[in-house]
Design a protein around this ligand. Structure first.
Ligand code: GLN
Length: 491
């Protein structure tokens, strides 16, 4: 690890702004680090060396010309391969999009470029963001820098592993049921699911449109806030984008870093206590609760009785929406086409393309979702799940009448060995136990490192009311200031 790769994004931006390092030097250091370690970590599906150096040169020449630079100018960022990047491969971890180069940038990526950040490349993920370990990527798994024989969480394991491996100081993920927060937790990094609609879905390859939320990943809470500010806010190209400014997450992170939580009321979700989290995870969580109390927070127990139904409701709603969204991969419009020999019918070509292009987990979801939406079953499954979703949202509303934010462990277990849960889908789905409720409700959640169990990182989750993203940054920054830092062993 060279010095430049060990700095935070805030520090790197300062070095570039003061002319103590050039953006090209910063970028080259991270590209070198990727060359040195990514054959073992496999966080990246595509490294855009030329594009990154060109973007860095542009920042350096604008600085030389005296232009005002944004707070993240010259800072490298890696982007989950679920967001479109103009002319740069975008696969969503699937063979069906293996050779696709999108003709346009997603709004998130456009804003990253406008902010002067330097996109290093695209990160590995479970196919179409379906999974909790990055083992369902069609291009092979990502490995956890804390222990290369273990998973980095999912679906956005590439984005979080790249941070823990010091290949990038910032990355972007997408969170439909926990795919930013879980990888954050098990790699000892910070992952944020913003309020649904607080970050644009334009150019995000759709999985479950009523849940999908792009968001920032970083090694520090302040860096996540700076990235959140750069990518967030209203986008007229996304019909569910909230027409309101981003809450002042940067100020909240700075306030929290002072380590004073006096007057903040936090709720521990009672129903999560019996939910089979590993003893090491529970011990680290309890220690973090004590720390939060010492920092001045008042911690009380809160009941959210319907949270126990979140997992089954999600595993009907998300597959239902995915079965509809993935219909667009038909071998006609983009990506892979199989069996187009002039003899086979259109339907045969579609079927052969989808058979060859989708992996087993994606097929399982499409079948589940198609079933749940079919006439005769719609009310019993999809309709019922939507009602449960309403009850979960009401639990949140009631809870936030009593407390400012809710806290829980982010995941029930630490990073597990590669292969340990792939044989039984239900074992994989259990990873989402604590993260799914806030997706169903739409409110923000953050995972911040809170301790170690058996030498592996444990994350604490803070959940806040919709559009109160700043609250969770304050709590997370305060905890961060009191514990850690948690640094993985050298690769
Ligand atoms: N693990 C969950 C799933 O497989 C969540 C995925 C996500 O947030 N993209 O659906």
């Amino acid at each position: 690890m060279t010095d430049l790769t060990s700095y935070s994004a805030a520090e790197l931006a300062g070095l570039v702004a003061r002319g103590e390092s050039s953006a090209v030097e910063v970028t080259q250091a991270h590209l070198d680090r990727i060359s040195a370690v990514d054959d073992r970590v496999h966080a990246f599906l595509h490294v855009d060396t030329e594009g990154a150096l060109a973007a860095a040169r542009d920042v350096d020449s604008r600085r030389a010309a005296g232009a005002a630079l944004g707070p993240l100018a010259g800072v490298p960022v890696a982007v989950k391969d679920v967001l479109t990047t103009k002319g740069v491969p975008t696969t969503a971890g699937s063979k069906i999009l293996a050779d696709w180069r999108p003709p346009y940038d997603s709004t998130i990526v456009r804003r990253l470029r406008a902010a002067g950040t330097v996109m290093l490349g695209k990160t590995n993920m479970d196919e179409f963001a379906m999974g909790s370990s990055t083992e369902y990527s069609a291009f092979g798994p990502t490995h956890n820098p804390w222990d290369l024989s273990r998973i980095p969480g999912g679906s956005g394991g590439g984005s979080s592993a790249a941070l823990a491996a010091y290949e990038t100081p910032l990355s972007i993920g997408s969170d439909t049921g926990g795919s930013i927060r879980q990888p954050g937790a098990v790699t000892g990094t910070v992952g944020v699911k913003p309020t649904y609609g607080g970050t644009s879905r334009y150019g995000l390859v759709a999985f479950s449109s009523s849940l999908d939320t792009p968001g920032p990943c970083a090694r520090t809470v302040l860096d996540a806030a700076l990235l959140h500010e750069a990518i967030g806010g209203h986008d007229p190209l996304d019909s569910t984008s909230i027409p309101a400014p981003v809450p002042d997450v940067v100020a909240a992170a700075r306030l929290g870093a002072g380590g004073d939580l006096t007057g903040v009321r936090l709720g521990v979700v009672r129903e999560f206590a019996g939910e089979g989290a590993e003893p090491g995870v529970l011990a680290a969580f309890r220690a973090a609760v004590e720390t939060l109390t010492k920092l001045g927070a008042e911690v009380v127990e809160v009941s959210c009785p319907h949270f126990q139904y979140a997992l089954p409701a999600y595993y009907l709603i998300a597959p239902s929406e995915c079965s509809s969204n993935l219909a667009r991969f038909d071998g006609v419009r983009f990506g892979l086409r199989v069996g187009d020999d002039g003899v086979r019918s259109l339907e045969e070509v579609m079927s052969a393309t989808r058979e060859a292009g989708f992996g087993p987990e994606v097929k399982r979801r499409v079948m589940l979702g198609t079933y749940a939406l079919s006439s005769g079953y719609y009310d019993a499954y999809y309709g019922q799940a939507q009602k449960v979703r309403t009850l979960i949202s009401r639990d949140f509303t009631t809870a936030f009448e009593q407390v400012d934010a809710l806290i829980s462990p982010t995941t029930p277990f630490v990073a597990f060995p590669v292969g340990a849960r792939t044989a039984d889908p239900y074992q994989m789905y259990l990873a989402d136990l604590f993260t799914i409720p806030s997706n169903l409700y739409g409110g923000p959640g953050i995972s911040v490192p809170c301790g170690l169990a058996d030498g592996l990182p444990v994350g604490l989750q803070v959940m806040a009311p919709t559009m109160a993203d700043d609250r969770m940054y304050r709590v997370a920054a305060a905890l961060e200031s009191a514990v850690g830092p948690f640094t993985p062993p050298a690769l």
